[in-house]
Design a binder for this molecule. Sequence first.
Ligand SMILES: [Fe+2]
Ligand SMILES: [Fe+2]
Length: 281
Amino acid sequence: MGHWKLDDIKWDQFNADAVDLRLLELVKAASLVEANSGDYVTYLNRVFNNDARVKAAFEQWGVEEIQHGQALGRWAEMADPSFSFERALSDFRQNYSLPLDADESVRGSRTGELVSRCVIESGTSSFYTAIKDGTDEPVLKQIAGHIAADEFRHYALFLTKLQTFEADERVTLMDRVKVAIGRLRETEDDELAMAYYCANHIGAGIAYDREANWAAYEGRALDYYQQRHILRATSMMVKAMGLHPHGWFANFMGKVTWAGFRAKRWQHQRAAGQEQQAIAA
Ligand SMILES: [Fe+2]
Ligand SMILES: [Fe+2]
């Protein structure tokens, strides 16, 4: 059983006037990535060879991630009745898939795989907290609050499992740092860009352009982050690397990451301003 159900959301509080269209495009994309998590359960169970210490937890985790997609998709359909969550999800699945035939973790070890999962859950917990804090639409606020709480629990789950497997595998600190940084870099790979495209553009006869769709996704996401969201996420990631979550390295990483976010946000805002000027000219 999950910690909440779709029926727990007070859908009748929906306020169409409080929907931000840029955020709506972001939520549509996020709904597809979340709903596709069933594939990750298949991959994780292969990588962990159906180990009884993790199998049931992975399966429950997958159920919760799929529910995140369903909740966000239902909200997006309320906010934009022309959007079909099922159709967009079907388009996404046709255009993006995970390496389900892997028998070993692409992170080099099971410990590495769990570090990578902790990095993702740190990112998603901060992402949904930022949306919860940033939106005035009451139903989305509830959904994002529930999802953020789940993502924090998922992080704790993978961190606990990480402590089980690291005793067997003796993965070095440097390897863990490399996995974490490598996983962060992959954020710009195809998954989010393709989800954004399938959620927002695929039916309009526009060809897929990974860089343009990633930029559209990133620009919208950056609108919502505040410093405290970034500092918490970096602290969680640093802990998964095996370092003190509030030590000098965590503080340094938090400051550098927040500076990077602000610089990127400024770049996106400047590009959007130049686009507006070009349209007006
Ligand atoms: Fe999720
Ligand atoms: Fe999660």
